[in-house]
Structures are given as structure tokens and as C-alpha cells.
Write a protein that binds this ligand. Structure first.
Ligand code: NAP
Length: 283
């Protein structure tokens, strides 16, 4: 699995990580999910994205099983809910997440989406968490350009390392302003829901047919071609979620090879950018 520098931090992080939203369920389902995520680790997909929101903390407990004995291999990310994002609330939420994950630290901690608490208050708590060694890096999620700039402005001791945002073939809006800005600032851009969460383009649709044709030229699947396209630009990372081992294996083959510029252009035409004023997409 190829890695690239995670924004200004320079930490080498795999281009493809693993999402964990909606992994909780019956015991057998959870066991299968643990095996799938462990397979992902074996394949080098060692960036694991979770959140206190997922299954009300249950998913962090599942992730603890996945990373047991392998903590040092993993770039571990969790998120604070906006409703917990007061100064003390952020610190307490982070400690709860770390405890559920049976870790001593998080590599990256994100504010899940903009909160009604002042961003300066949340970022002050984030800086305290870095100083106390509980998190290595500070990030945000679902922040559009102006919100991101505000978060950068209110940080006084540490820099913002990441913005995690919706990015899939049907929603490329971040390519207009947000992604170029993040790249200039050395803020890693992690794209979530690379398959659109649900509704991956079917081969019956016009775009889906183009995607299948392009993928076939490389002996790849449409999902692999989609992941390759979504990480074609520097400073981008993607975190597909899969609870089935065969899906994880397929997804890991989404990188390590390059689409030609002609094929990239064909995909850009088949899945066009939205208009200038489209708001940041969010799921
Ligand atoms: P996604 O990764 O776009 O799609 C997940 C769906 O695709 C699952 O149903 C999965 O099935 C299926 N799938 C995965 N690989 C497949 C394959 N090779 N072939 C066929 N189907 C496949 O959706 P997502 O979970 O919304 O997004 C990914 C991660 O991003 C989340 O899990 C979460 O960690 C993060 N996220 C963050 C935010 C945020 O606000 N920051 C919002 C949304 C998501 P199986 O599970 O059955 O394998």
C-alpha cells in the first residue's frame, strides 16, 4: 500500500485507510467486521477512521479489538461530536474515546462537523490535548473554506493537520477551492464516503459505464478505478468502509497503479464538477 506525507506533518500515511461507520451489529456481524479490518491492516490500510458517534461508542470498542497488539502500526483517528465540543467536553470526550479504543493516544482528533460552541474554545481544548500527549495532531471535518480558515486563525500553538470531507465521483465540489487551499496550507485532505455511502454508480448508468470501461483497460474493477481517481491528486487520502473481507481486498487494489491523463479526463467529463456556488456536501 503506497503512503504519502500527511500534509505538513510529513507523517507517512497510507493513501487508502479504513472507515468504520455502521460497523456495529450482532455479534457475528461484528466478528466479521473485526476480521475484515484486520485484513485491511495486513494489506497496509493502517489509517483507521472512527468517531465517538459511531454506534454511540460501540465502534471504538470494536476498533480496539482490531488494533490490539498492533497499535504502533496504526494511524488512529477519532472525532468529537459537536454537541460535546466545549473546552472541557472535548477533553472528556477524547479521554473516553481513548479508553474505549484501549489506546494511550490518538494520532489525529477531529471536530466531526462545525459546532455551536465557539471554534476558538474547541481548538483551545485540542491544543491542550496535544500538549498533554493525548493526541498527536488536530483536525476538523466537514469544514468549508471560510470555517477552515477560522479554525486555523484561532489556533495559537499548533497547526491544523487535516480536513475530512465528502469526496466521491458524484460529489467533486472540493476540487474547486477547498482542496487547492488545503494543499497550499499543508492540510491533509481525507475524502470520506468514496463510494457515495450508498448508490455507487451502476454500470447501467452513463457514468458507471464510462467508469467500467476505464477500469477494464487496467484489468481493475470500477471501485478500484474510483479509488484511484479520488486519490490522483497530491495531498489526498481516502477511507472506504468495508465489513467484508473480499471488499477490503478489492479496495486495497485501488492504488499502486496510475490512470493515464486521458482516462482521468474521461472520468472528469463523465462525473463533472458542480457549479461554483455549490455548498460543501455532507452526509
Ligand atoms: P463508503 O465507504 O462510500 O461505502 C461503504 C459501502 O460500500 C458499504 O456498504 C460497503 O459494504 C460497500 N463496499 C465497500 N467496498 C466495496 C466493494 N469493494 N464492493 C462492493 N461494495 C463495497 O461509505 P461510508 O461508510 O459512508 O464512508 C467511509 C468512511 O468515511 C466511514 O465509514 C467513516 O469512517 C467516514 N465518514 C466520515 C464522515 C464525517 O462526517 N466525517 C461521514 C461519512 C463517513 P460492506 O460494508 O458490506 O463491505
Amino acid at each position: 500500500m503506497p503512503k504519502r506525507g500527511f500534509g505538513w506533518t510529513g507523517v507517512q500515511v497510507p493513501v487508502l485507510g479504513q472507515g468504520t461507520w455502521m460497523l456495529e451489529g450482532k455479534r457475528g456481524t461484528e466478528r466479521a467486521a473485526v476480521d475484515a479490518l484486520k485484513t485491511g491492516l495486513d494489506l497496509g490500510m493502517t489509517h483507521i477512521d472512527t468517531a465517538e458517534m459511531y454506534g454511540n461508542g460501540r465502534v471504538e470498542e470494536i476498533v480496539a479489538e482490531v488494533i490490539e497488539g498492533r497499535r504502533d502500526e496504526v494511524f488512529l483517528v477519532s472525532k468529537v461530536l459537536p454537541s460535546n465540543a466545549s473546552y472541557q467536553g472535548t477533553i472528556d470526550a477524547c479521554k473516553r474515546s481513548i479508553s474505549r479504543l484501549r489506546s494511550r493516544w490518538l494520532d489525529l482528533y477531529l471536530l466531526h462537523w462545525p459546532s455551536s460552541y465557539p471554534i476558538a474554545e474547541t481548538m483551545r481544548a485540542m491544543e491542550r490535548l496535544v500538549d498533554d500527549g493525548l493526541i498527536r495532531f488536530i483536525g476538523v471535518s466537514n469544514f468549508d473554506l471560510e470555517e477552515l480558515q477560522e479554525a486555523e486563525r484561532v489556533l495559537s500553538k499548533h497547526r491544523l493537520a487535516c480536513n475530512q470531507v465528502l469526496y466521491h465521483l458524484g460529489n467533486r465540489g472540493i476540487e474547486r477551492r477547498l482542496l487547492p487551499y488545503c494543499t497550499r496550507q499543508g492540510i491533509a485532505l481525507v475524502g470520506y464516503s468514496p463510494f457515495g455511502h450508498v448508490g455507487f454508480p451502476s454500470s447501467q448508468s452513463k457514468g458507471g459505464q464510462v467508469l467500467a470501461d476505464v477500469a477494464a483497460r487496467y484489468g481493475r474493477t470500477p471501485r478500484q478505478a474510483a479509488l484511484n481517481f479520488l486519490t490522483r491528486l497530491p495531498n489526498t487520502f481516502s477511507i472506504p468502509k468495508a465489513r467484508r473481507i473480499e471488499h477490503v481486498r478489492e479496495n486495497s487494489g485501488g492504488v499502486g497503479w496510475d490512470l493515464t491523463s486521458a482516462d482521468i479526463s474521461e472520468l472528469e467529463r463523465a462525473f463533472p464538477l458542480p457549479g461554483d456556488d455549490a455548498p460543501l456536501g455532507i452526509i
